[in-house]
Structure formats: C-alpha cells, structure tokens
Design a protein around this ligand. Structure first.
Ligand code: A3P
Length: 284
C-alpha cells in the first residue's frame, strides 16, 4: 500500500494518508483485532476539530480534577490508538483517542459497550486549522498555498483522509454505538453546559468547585501555557517559526482565508456531499 510518489514520511493505507514516524501499515492492520477494555471511553475526531480540548475535558472529569493525573502529559493520559507507540498496557491511560475512520478502528469498539465521544467542527474552520497544522508540523508536507490545500482537503488528500467520509460514516453508525456528538462551536459558546453533558455521559458527578476548576483548566490560554497540554516537550515535531499548536482557538476564522469564489465552490461541494446530513454547523 506504500505510495512511492509521496514524500518519505507519508504512506497510504486503505487510500488514507498516514505518517511513518507515528503509524505503520502493519500496525494499522493488527489494530482491528485489538481487545480494548470497554471501561475506557473513546474519543474520536477528524484532525483539528478540538481533540486536545476534549481530551483535557474528559481527562479532568474522569480523574475528578485529581492532581496526580494532571501532572501526566495529556497525550499519555489520552493516547492515540493508531500510534505505533500505543500499547494496551499504558498505565496512565484514561481515554483512548483516535482519528481513524469507522472501518479502521478495532472491531471491539463497534459496540454499545464503549462510551464514544465524537467532536465535530465546522469544516471550513477545520480546513483553516489543518492548513496551518500542515505548515507547522515537520512530519507533514507543507501546502503550496491555501487554494491547493483546499482542493486536497476536498479530495481527501490530507492527513487522515476525507473529512466528509469520516463524519458521515461515524454518524451513519450512531444507532449501533453509545456515541455522543459534541460540537466545537458549542464548546466555544457554552463550555459549562458541554462539560456537564460530557460528565453525565461518562456517569460522573461534578461538584460546583470541581466544575469551576475544570473550566479554568480548559481555557485556550491555560492549555496553551500548561506544559502538560501544550506539546512544547515534543517541539522537534513542530516548526515553531511557522506557527503554534494553540493557534487561535476561535470559530469563523475561515472568513479570513476563504475568497468569495472559494467559499461558493466549497458550499456547492458541501451541498452535494452533505446536503442531507442531519448535523448542522454554526457559522457556515
Ligand atoms: P485553531 O487552529 O483554529 O486555533 P486538535 O486538537 O483536534 O488538533 O484541534 C486543534 C484546534 O483546537 C486548534 O484550532 C486549537 O487552537 C483548538 N483548541 C485547542 N484547545 C482549545 C481550547 N482550550 N479552546 C479553544 N480552542 C482550542
């Protein structure tokens, strides 16, 4: 499945772009047969939809804002199941995170036994965030320009493949799963309600003091400055002159990037592919 036309760090598996430092085709194949403890909640996102934010929310809820957990790096508390580094023995794992599509996750996860949270985000903001991430990450090919990236995104020629297929596919299986869809835009509008909803989905009760403390630790500023959530310890993965992991953390930034013609073009593609999709996105 290797695609020799891609740069060294890229390979395709089932037609989807992965990165060789973190993923391997052999490992992705084996993952389907992994047996995972159903008590561990699973967080599923398309990249740049608010994964890190939800990891922090879930992690703090699950440990009831416990100090010893908070001292562990977020990516160890909520490891990526598709990463070659992930092993089922990770002691500090509270949550399993994945960007994989429905077909590629371990078969055992496709049942009501697992609590799954899927974070959605307005695709235009995902595109802008992803465009910057592709420029900023050393392990991804920098986009030529925004137009080129936009076309690649629509074709699914980006990290983790097609946004359209990812969200449609997961959503189409919702009745077979115990899955909660949470919108990034709702997290921005009313984080308190989202944290309460997530806590209730995870069967956790939060007293007012703990809830306040969690809300404080989930602000953009706090997460950007917190060494356990800001990825500064893996700075070799990123090109700090080209951006920052915590970039803007806002909704509607797409309006600063999409030309009128690009917006019209994307809207027509969106209508064609997603016109009948039941979830709607704020600020489209
Ligand atoms: P921007 O690039 O638009 O700023 P992911 O974690 O899935 O990679 O998503 C990254 C996006 O979530 C980035 O968006 C990042 O800034 C935003 N983000 C991360 N933590 C956030 C927070 N606490 N509040 C708001 N946005 C946050």
């Amino acid at each position: 499945m290797e695609n020799s036309e891609e740069p060294m760090t890229y390979f395709r598996h089932n037609g989807i772009i992965f990165c060789s430092p973190f993923h391997s085709a052999e490992r992705l194949e084996r993952l389907k047969d992994f047996n995972i403890d159903p008590h561990i909640p699973v967080l599923i996102t398309y990249p740049k939809s608010g994964t890190t934010w939800m990891q922090q929310i879930m992690s703090l809820i699950l440990c009831n804002d416990n100090d010893s957990k908070k001292m562990i790096n977020l990516y160890t508390r909520a490891p990526w199941m598709e990463s070659v580094r992930f092993n089922l023995e990770i002691r500090d794992c509270q949550i399993l995170t994945t960007h994989l599509n429905y077909q590629m996750v371990p078969n055992c996860v496709k049942s009501k036994m697992f609590k799954i949270i899927y974070v959605t985000r307005n695709p235009k903001d995902v595109i802008v965030s992803s465009y910057h991430f592709h420029k900023y990450s050393r392990f991804l090919e920098a986009p030529k320009n925004f137009q080129d990236f936009l076309e690649n995104f629509v074709e699914g020629n980006v990290f983790f493949g097609s946004w359209f297929e990812h969200i449609r596919d997961w959503h189409s299986h919702k009745d077979e799963l115990n899955i909660l869809f949470v919108a990034y835009e709702d997290m921005k509008n009313d984080l308190r309600s989202v944290v309460q909803k997530v806590a209730s989905f995870l069967n956790k009760k939060l007293d007012e003091e703990t809830l306040e403390s969690i809300l404080n630790q989930c602000t953009f500023k706090h997460m950007k400055e917190n060494p356990k959530t800001n990825y500064k310890d893996v700075s070799d993965l990123f090109n700090s002159e080209s951006g920052s992991f915590y970039r803007k953390g806002i909704t509607g930034d797409w309006k600063n990037y999409f030309l009128v013609s690009q917006n019209e073009w994307f809207d027509s593609i969106y209508q064609e592919k997603m016109g009948d999709f039941p979830l709607k996105f704020d600020n489209m």
